[in-house]
Design a protein around this ligand. Structure first.
Ligand code: FIX
Ligand code: ZN
Length: 415
């Protein structure tokens, strides 16, 4: 008689074979050629690695930034993979990715790794990565305020259905006077004050872009200083334009809370930091707008417990992801276990935040291993209490956790 499969193996099998819907990335539809990042040099100049590499080299900041992208990649490679062991999570990510692609990074031979990538055809490479990572679809981050990206959208691209859109509106909510000027330049008759006319023009802008890009949700990242309610531009824009817009389009509003931008501007994109958010703002939003739905991730570890408790109180709140500085094995395990223990399966444990398509491989391989471990512990405890999980239940739970619960939360909206 064959030995029964262990619970650990069963859970791992379901977690590995269930395709994921990745609900937040910075990837682009392959049709947006110049925007889709892939390959070893892009992996190496990922801002997670850039900030780590500056700790291990004396190079003046300006020398690094004035170098070509390939020279920057060489600086990072030398600092983090040759002169020191690649122990950090972001470094391990490069190793996992290269290994899964069949490349041997151990020889520290960057030229031969580059030569392998140079032979790949971008479209085939995208297919291969999605298949290796077992990713069904990804949400992009789409900003009308980005000139290069806007030009692609205005050319009405043929879409790849695996790449879904999400409307990113940080400049609108966080730099209103400058954004108002841009909106006026695009033909929206807005003033600086929240008059009825201005609010309706901001809503027209949001509606136009939601329809143009077929956005699934609207999204903003917020500093730790965000408060709600309050008498400022961010607040009236959220209350009078964004929330009514989300209600009209039956879409959630995604909040990424707790990022301190440009803590060290010398690091450019790698210079952002973290701060503890005041989640009273989120409580007030959820309580005062029960007809809106909020997708929320917090950057600070200190906010994770409060976020989960809030989600128990407000079913219009869906926690997601272990974002950026919390996307490390120890914190993912802690946060995911806490969420399972307090919310069951009604949340989305992870998004990749990948900026380079290759990274989908490591982000999901690393997350899946931890998710399987957390779930195994929970199912073992259920079995001990007389409720062994069936295959059908396991499949249902894993499907929910890997994007199914998010899809339900998102509602119908434009697909
Ligand atoms: O605001 C965001 O969506 C963040 O994810 C980015 O700003 C950040 O640079 C990042 O890539 C984190 O993973
Ligand atoms: Zn992001």
């Amino acid at each position: 008689m064959p030995t029964p499969e262990s619970l650990e193996h069963r859970v791992a099998r379901f977690v590995e074979t269930t395709p994921v819907h990745d609900i937040h990335t910075h990837l682009y539809d392959p049709g947006f050629r110049s925007l889709l990042a892939w390959g070893i040099d892009e992996q190496l100049v990922y801002h997670y690695l850039v900030s780590e590499s500056f700790r291990q080299m004396d190079l003046p900041f300006e020398r690094f930034w004035s170098a070509s992208r390939s020279e920057q990649a060489e600086f990072v490679w030398k600092a983090l993979f040759v002169d020191h062991s690649p122990v950090s999570e972001a470094c391990r990510g490069v190793l996992t990715t290269l290994h899964a692609l069949g490349l041997d990074a151990r020889h520290q031979d960057l030229p031969s790794i580059r030569a392998w990538f140079a032979e790949q055809k971008p479209d085939d490479f995208v297919d291969r990565v999605l298949s290796l990572a077992n990713v069904r679809s990804v949400c992009m981050t789409n900003s009308p305020f980005d000139d290069e990206e806007r030009a692609y959208w205005e050319a009405r691209p043929v879409r790849d259905s695996r790449f879904q859109a999400a409307l990113r509106i940080d400049p609108l909510l966080l730099s209103w006077p400058e954004s108002a000027a841009r909106l006026r330049g695009w033909g929206y008759a807005v003033g600086l004050e929240p008059s009825a006319g201005t609010v309706s023009e901001v809503r027209r802008f949001l509606a136009d872009w939601t329809l143009r890009i077929k956005s699934r949700y609207c999204m903003v990242s917020l500093p730790p200083t965000f408060v709600f309610p309050s008498a400022n531009d961010t607040n009236w824009l959220i209350e009078q334009a964004v929330l009514p817009h989300c209600r009209e389009f039956d879409q959630p509003f995604a909040l990424m809370m707790g990022v301190k931008r440009a803590v060290n501007p010398l690091l450019r994109m790698a210079g952002d930091g973290v701060g503890r958010s005041d989640l009273n703002a989120l409580q007030n939003l959820c309580a005062s707008h029960p007809e809106n739905r909020f997708l929320v991730t917090c950057l600070a570890r200190e906010n994770q417990h409060e976020l989960v408790v809030l989600a128990r109180k407000f079913r219009n709140l869906h926690p997601f992801g272990c974002w950026w500085f919390t996307n490390t094995p120890q914190l993912i395990e802690e946060i995911t276990t806490m969420r399972l223990e307090l919310l069951g399966t009604s949340f989305t444990p992870q998004h990749s935040d990948a900026r380079v398509i290759d990274q989908l491989i490591y982000k999901w391989q690393h997350t899946r291993a931890i998710l399987a471990r957390c779930l195994t512990q929970k199912y073992a405890a259920m079995a001990a209490a007389g409720w062994p999980v069936t295959d059908a239940e396991l499949q249902r739970d894993v499907t929910e956790l890997l994007g199914g619960a998010f899809q339900k939360f998102c509602g119908s909206g434009p697909q």
